[in-house]
Design a protein around this ligand. Structure first.
Ligand code: ZN
Length: 692
């Protein structure tokens, strides 16, 4: 349904569905985790982008057969790489291959400024899976001119130009030059402006020449059967083109559009099916194969139902034409693949919390009448990614909630996952510099560096598993959506955060073996207060106030405690060398304040007290201190963190025995982003130069 991405390199909080059951509430304190493993996360930095890499924890805990499954699924996902280029824009494959020919074979000077600009341009195209920026959707303009481009072509003597049938190399270059250099041609991949034809104006390749928005809408609306309660996702897996008798769908399937890539995927999926962990997984794989063979959307629905029901394995995956953000009128699914391994450590944490959910409820500071007699922990899944492809790479979500079909979600449920190792890589990329910048004492700095990662994970787990599960609404009082209206989400997030904050400084977590000392709690308190009082403001523009529910909740919690604790100097605002800090002086008293606020917010929810909800949020959660906002933005500048991040994929290699049978899986990394992209283009280019 939704995918959640980091917009800024450092920890944009994930904004999950408004029902908020599945949202990660990692405090976005600036990821103070110095990399403790010696694994260098940063790979490349250019334009407004940075390329990071992630580790694959848990791979060593898999059996050889499970590793084999991971390998086959990863290969299947990579085989679809060309599809995302082809569907983003019709000339993308030709352009990419042309630039790659130059990159590989140009015999001129590679030390000039222009050559660097050419390299950056190509890397940006790789990053965005085409010539349009992955986030802004605008065409990426080269910083070199047409004359330089033509000289590159001229000095690439041994090029194999990716011409289409009947096309000459020179014709192709002449065709592509205006596409690359004229800002008015194919200016935007997805146009959502009011009053224009969204299909005609968008540069993506989901609709052929001559198809208008009205035609497309009419075409798909005509397919809807009146009263159908189980509609398929009409138009999801096809390009709509003008045929002899009007608009017709070119379906993505074996023997159809993108068939050459899909056949390779099917090959690997068959192998995967042979080593599936259990029957349900094998069944799901078989259905997916059938769907890629037939392109039948009813089969896609059945596949998704099988996927929702396949929950027992340690390995799971997302593969197909899924999110529709790339189509301005939201019919067309973008190709994506994400191969996941269960996060064994996180699952263990969740399990411990879930098993003790009643203890947490019984010992909570909320009023007795608002406690649940039988509380059941919310199930929440963290996975580690082993491979990503298509729309999920290099730029990736950090959490996914699927399938998208509403009737399947309500009838059969959905799966919601947080991508743990991706979040970890983001954390590590931020480095420890920001910790030194924003925490005043050496003690606090050390604690954040030592325990920041663990405290964040424990906070998230408690927020999700016991926070949202806690408390009950008084008989006769409506749902928070009805009673608290627009303030409901903010307070629900605050409530779940407060449960986590209250318990992270509790001996119980030590007794449960989840942490070694209360210093973990202190690290979380320092981070939460600093973030809520000022750090998160860096995401706003000057003059803006806080709109987003999670941001409102964090400022509300921090600012309320700051004010209530003033008499006892619980949290102190200090200015040192012109820099502002919020320092926690008394952790035990701060914990009491968290408990007080939790009790009050639970009361508001249980009683449906709209007036109190409004007063709390409006007083503490909305207004952004503009001086702090300016200061924090300024202090972040020196870290040169790119606005957008993407990932290098781990190279998974099958280790075979003497008889050629799978023995083990080895993980390595390409040395550079360019190296990986060139390797992918060599190994996983299955579509023709015309993109079919
Ligand atoms: Zn939440």
């Amino acid at each position: 349904m939704k995918k959640y991405t980091y917009i800024w390199a450092i920890a944009l909080v994930t904004i999950f569905s408004s029902s908020c059951k599945n949202e990660s509430t990692k405090t976005d304190a600036p990821a103070e985790t110095a990399d403790t493993t010696g694994f260098d996360v940063k790979v490349d930095r250019f334009a407004d982008l940075q390329v990071l890499r992630y580790e694959v924890p848990g791979l060593d805990k898999l059996t050889p057969k499970q590793k084999e499954l991971v390998y086959y699924l990863s290969e299947a996902a990579l085989c679809g790489r060309d599809i995302i280029y082809a569907s983003n824009f019709r000339h993308n494959i030709q352009i990419r291959r042309t630039l790659e020919q130059i990159y590989e074979k140009y015999d001129g000077d590679r030390t000039t400024d222009n050559w660097s600009k050419f390299e950056v341009y190509l890397k940006r195209i790789w990053f965005s899976n085409g010539i349009h920026h992955h986030y802004s959707e605008k065409k990426i303009m080269p910083e070199f001119d047409e004359a330089y481009f033509r000289s590159l072509v001229e000095h690439t003597p041994n090029a194999t130009w990716p011409v289409m049938e009947g096309e000459q190399g020179t014709d192709m270059i002449n065709k592509l030059v205006p596409v690359l250099f004229d800002p008015n041609i194919a200016a935007k991949k997805v146009v959502k402006d009011k009053g224009v034809d969204l299909v005609v104006e968008s540069a993506n390749n989901y609709y052929g020449e001559g198809i208008t928005q009205a035609m497309a809408d009419k075409h798909y609306k005509a397919m809807v059967k009146p009263g159908d309660t189980t509609p398929v996702e009409y138009g999801l897996n096809s390009r709509l083109v003008m045929g002899a008798n009007g608009p017709e769908d070119l379906v993505y399937k074996s023997g159809g559009l993108y068939g050459k890539a899909l056949d390779k995927m099917i090959y690997w999926l068959e192998k995967a099916k042979g080593v599936a962990e259990n029957e349900k997984q094998a069944e799901h794989l078989g259905m997916l194969i059938n769907y890629f063979q037939t392109g039948d959307l009813h089969q896609w629905d059945k596949t998704n139902i099988a996927w929702v029901n396949s929950t027992e394995g340690d390995i799971d995956f997302i593969l197909g034409f899924i999110e529709v953000y790339g189509d301005a009128i939201s019919y067309k699914g973008a190709y994506e693949g994400v191969i996941e391994i269960k996060d064994f450590d996180a699952s263990e944490r969740m399990k411990v919390m879930s098993e003790n959910a009643q203890w947490f409820e019984d010992n909570s500071p909320i009023m007795a009448e608002h406690k649940k007699a039988n509380v059941v922990g919310v199930s929440y899944k963290v996975v580690n990614v082993a491979q990503e492809a298509g729309d999920a790479a290099p730029s990736t979500p950090i959490g996914v909630n699927l399938p998208n079909s509403n009737w399947i979600r309500s009838t059969h449920g959905s799966k919601s996952v947080s991508l743990g190792n991706i979040v970890q890589a983001y954390d590590n990329a931020a480095g420890s510099g920001s910790t030194d910048e924003f925490y005043l004492t050496d003690e606090a700095k050390e604690r954040r560096k030592k325990y920041g990662t663990l405290s964040g994970k424990l906070h998230t787990a408690m927020h999700e598993v016991i926070g949202h599960a806690s408390g009950k609404i008084n008989p006769g009082v409506g749902t928070p959506k009805e009673t608290l209206k627009n303030y409901g989400n903010t307070l629900e997030e605050a409530r779940a955060d407060l449960v986590a904050l209250y318990y992270i400084y509790d001996q119980k977590l030590i007794d449960l073996g989840l942490m070694e000392s209360l210093d973990v709690g202190k690290a979380e308190y320092d981070g939460y207060i600093m973030n809520g009082m000022m750090l998160q403001l860096r995401r706003l523009e000057e003059g803006e106030n806080i709109e987003e529910d999670h941001m409102r909740n964090r400022q509300l919690v921090a600012a309320w405690c700051y004010e209530r604790g003033k008499a006892n100097n619980v949290i102190e605002r200090k200015t040192v060398d012109g820099k502002t800090y919020f320092v926690v002086n008394d952790y035990a008293k701060l914990r009491v304040l968290f408990g007080d606020l939790l009790r009050e917010i639970q009361r508001i929810k249980s009683e449906g007290d709209y007036k109190a909800a409004e007063a709390l949020v409006e007083t503490y959660g909305v207004k952004a201190d503009q001086d702090l906002l300016k200061e924090v933005k300024k202090r972040y500048e020196k870290f040169d963190l790119a606005p957008y991040s993407g990932f290098l994929q781990p190279t998974l290699t099958a280790v075979l025995d003497a008889e050629g049978k799978f023995k083990d899986l080895s993980v390595s990394y390409d040395a550079t982003f360019a190296e990986q992209m060139m390797r992918f283009s060599r190994s996983y280019s299955f579509l023709g130069n015309d993109g079919n």
